[in-house]
Design a protein around this ligand. Structure first.
Ligand SMILES: [Zn+2]
Length: 139
């Protein structure tokens, strides 16, 4: 007896979706803007009409941004400037370290959120799948 394979949606190119998301473009068509404000996702794509509100980025973008900034920027800064940190006034070191980290974080966050939405699009993870990834939705 032949076993039936479960139906699965047509595959979506992973890296193309990620690249479009990182460029803050709709992962479906790659043309329209993904955000209508800093981090507010367009509910529906202005070009292709794809439902963009269905992808639950949640805390993922903040997590990946902290991971990136914390490990790739703060640690090298501390290693490079460690000899100077205790010799120079805190009035110089704190703004000199905090301001660049703040700017990099604010620039990275929407791109990373776009990338997370692009990956969710490629993997077809939607809010309807919340019971699989969120303890709050388990009843
Ligand atoms: Zn689109």
């Amino acid at each position: 007896m032949r076993r039936m394979e479960p139906w699965s949606p047509p595959p979506r190119p992973y890296f193309r979706s990620l690249r479009r998301g990182l460029a803050e473009k709709c992962p479906h068509c790659g043309k329209a803007k993904l955000f209508y404000r800093y981090l507010k996702v367009e509910p529906v794509c202005q070009t292709c009409g794809h439902d963009l509100d269905r992808y639950p980025a949640d805390d993922g973008p903040a997590y990946f941004t902290i991971l990136l900034v914390g490990h790739l920027i703060i640690v090298p800064i501390l290693i490079i400037f460690a000899p100077l940190i205790w010799k120079v006034s805190p009035w110089v070191t704190v703004p000199a370290l905090v301001i660049p980290v703040m700017i990099i974080t604010l620039l990275a966050l929407p791109r990373i959120k776009g990338g997370v939405i692009g990956v969710l699009y490629a993997l077809n993870v939607t809010r309807a799948d919340a019971r699989f990834h969120t303890a709050d939705a388990a009843d």
